[in-house]
Design a protein. Structure first.
Length: 262
């Protein structure tokens, strides 16, 4: 049995799921990795294309009962939220009122931006790894950045005008729920086994942190080992092993706030 498993080529996902992809942990199936940008995965989930997929919590409500959240593999924590960056210092309100690049309208990052700054100017959708260059070139006034961009924006001469993760934590005292691993509803007979396999993969990654190095490097857009390591350390944590009750509460709060703001 082979299952299509969609996740991003970012260092945290490559690190967490390498053992499952390479058959280093027990599973009653093989996985066929489908490597896509997070917004592409969100759109794929809307069409229920993949049996297992990473999905932004910001897009979870839209997929309804076609998928269910697994407890393992989540990207969630404190100090992990998206940043709004610009060429010059200013306020979030000023940045949001101008022309702002975002990594997708279905991302949790964009949902957090809408919650923190309900009055937005012109929104420009770009793939996450193109946003910094667009801000530097003046194509947009500000950018909403995720993934490894949060470690490299200073190298582009940009400044952070808002940390939306810090805003969320201040509002709720909960960790920031970015994305989770979801199983398609027709996978239900083996969903629990999939959850266990993903958990085993994350645990293997923690136990053997060097084992995925070549896999991480082969997929990453970022050339720096230091940035890859920082990326993994930030986004892969205890919530990736099991989302936990606090994590589930954070997801519920986010979806509740999204519904209220709609």
């Amino acid at each position: 049995m082979k299952l299509a498993f969609g996740f991003t080529p970012c260092p945290n996902d490559a690190f967490a799921f390498h053992a499952l992809v390479d058959g280093l942990v027990p599973a009653p199936f093989e996985v066929e990795p489908v490597l896509l940008d997070i917004e592409e995965l969100n759109r794929s989930a809307a069409r229920a294309e993949l049996e297992l997929t990473k999905l932004s919590f910001g897009a979870a409500a839209a997929v309804g009962d076609r998928y269910r959240l697994l407890r393992s593999g989540a990207a969630l924590g404190r100090g992990v939220g998206p940043l709004v960056v610009a060429r010059e210092a200013g306020s979030l309100e000023q940045a949001a009122a101008g022309r702002i690049a975002v990594p997708g309208r279905e991302t949790t990052a964009f949902l957090l931006l809408r919650l923190a700054a309900p009055t937005l100017g012109e929104v420009v959708e770009l793939r996450y790894d193109r946003i910094l260059d667009a801000v530097v070139a003046g194509e947009v006034d500000a950018g909403l950045i995720i993934h490894e961009s949060r470690f490299t924006y200073r190298e582009h001469g940009l400044v952070s005008v808002a940390d939306l993760g810090a805003w969320w934590e201040g509002e709720t005292s909960l960790p920031v729920p970015l994305a989770g691993i979801f199983a398609r509803s027709d996978l239900e007979p083996v969903a629990d086994e999939a959850e266990a396999a993903i958990r085993a993969s994350v645990e293997y990654a923690f136990a053997h942190p060097e084992a995925s190095r070549d896999y991480v490097r082969s997929l990453s857009h970022e050339t720096s080992d230091e940035v890859c390591a920082a990326h993994i350390a930030l986004y892969v944590n205890e919530h990736s092993v099991d989302i936990g009750d606090e994590g589930l509460a954070a997801v519920d709060r986010l979806l509740g706030r999204a519904t209220a703001a709609a």
